[in-house]
Ligand binder design. Structure first.
Ligand code: GLU
Length: 306
């Protein structure tokens, strides 16, 4: 679809690799072990063709990139109306783990892309008869990735031990009846889906499934209904980049979701899924090299949805 894409990715990689701005997330101890030199960029077109450069096979955890997919699963299981009784559709203008809006607002988490909203949505997920909720989530995510995904137990346990703020959010949600009695198990599941392992090449396939209206571009499996793709992408567009979502929408113009591991995923509807990985983060928790790479791709190829 796009001429000279491979050369462009290579150029971006070479230009951005020397950029050492940003910091590795260390509030989850296991994440602080990341290598700041790692940098990968991958694009999967809706035709199924993948272009990649750099460290695209290095494993990392999804972190908050899991949020749109968990939201998608809840939409599938319960429908949009039931899900949005528990979580809103408004950006907060605050950091990803902010607790303030919950207290001062309607006591309903603003949207599914921030921690409070994602914990509430995780609590809604059904327990299948024949498997655990974790296995169910893993299978669902694997359909987007086109490969079998697994959990990084160390990162999960590391966040479980150190995630006091998320625990506080979960308790506040319980106080406001936004999560059920078994919310501790849902918080565990939240830590687990944040700790699912992926690489840049497969993350671009996850994004491409959303770009392709919900059908994985090579397995051709329908993973999510088209109407729910619309829901997921709208909220990624307005809320996916936390307190820089407005700037991102203005400057880059495509729905995106970041994770504090250094993962970043962007979706160009009808065209391609883009993924980057580089663990040095800016103040909002987005990968510095990844954000610059996706912004440059958008500018060069006119990818803004407008
Ligand atoms: N697991 C992380 C947390 O809850 C996800 C945050 C992120 O990736 O933005 O703090």
């Amino acid at each position: 679809v796009i001429p000279h894409l491979q050369e462009t990715l290579q150029e971006l990689y070479t230009t951005l690799l020397p950029n050492r701005d940003g910091r590795i997330a260390d509030y989850i101890p296991e994440l602080s072990r990341a290598n700041p030199d790692h940098f990968g960029i991958a694009v999967t077109e809706v035709s199924g063709k993948t272009f990649k450069t750099g460290d695209t096979e290095v494993p990392f955890t999804l972190q908050s990139v899991s949020k749109p997919f968990v939201y998608a699963l809840a939409l599938k299981e319960l429908g949009a109306e039931a899900v949005h009784k528990m979580v809103g559709t408004e950006p907060t203008g605050m950091a990803f783990n902010s607790i303030i809006r919950l207290e001062e607002g309607s006591d309903k988490p603003h949207n599914p892309m921030i921690n409070a909203g994602a914990i509430a949505v995780t609590d809604l997920l059904k327990t299948p008869k024949d498997k655990s909720r974790l296995d169910h989530v893993l299978e669902y995510f694997s359909d987007y990735a086109g490969t079998k995904l697994h959990l990084d137990e160390k990162t999960y346990l590391s966040e479980r031990l150190s995630g006091h703020k998320n625990r506080a959010i979960a308790h506040l949600l319980r106080q406001y009846n936004r999560v059920g009695e078994d919310f501790e198990a849902s918080l565990d599941l939240y830590f687990q889906h944040c700790s699912i392992v992926i690489d840049t090449a497969h993350l671009s396939q996850m994004a491409a499934t959303l770009a392709n209206g919900g059908i994985h571009p090579t397995t051709l499996k329908r993973v999510i209904d088209a109407r729910h793709v619309k829901d997921v992408l709208s909220l990624m567009f307005t809320c996916g980049m936390y307190d820089s979502s407005g700037e991102w929408a203005y400057a880059v113009g495509i729905p995106a979701k970041s994770g504090v591991s250094g993962a970043l995923m962007a979706v160009v509807p009808g065209k391609m899924g883009i993924a980057t990985f580089s663990p040095l983060l800016n103040r909002q928790g987005h990968s510095v090299r990844g954000s610059l790479a996706i912004r440059a791709l958008s500018e060069k190829f006119g990818l803004s949805v407008f």
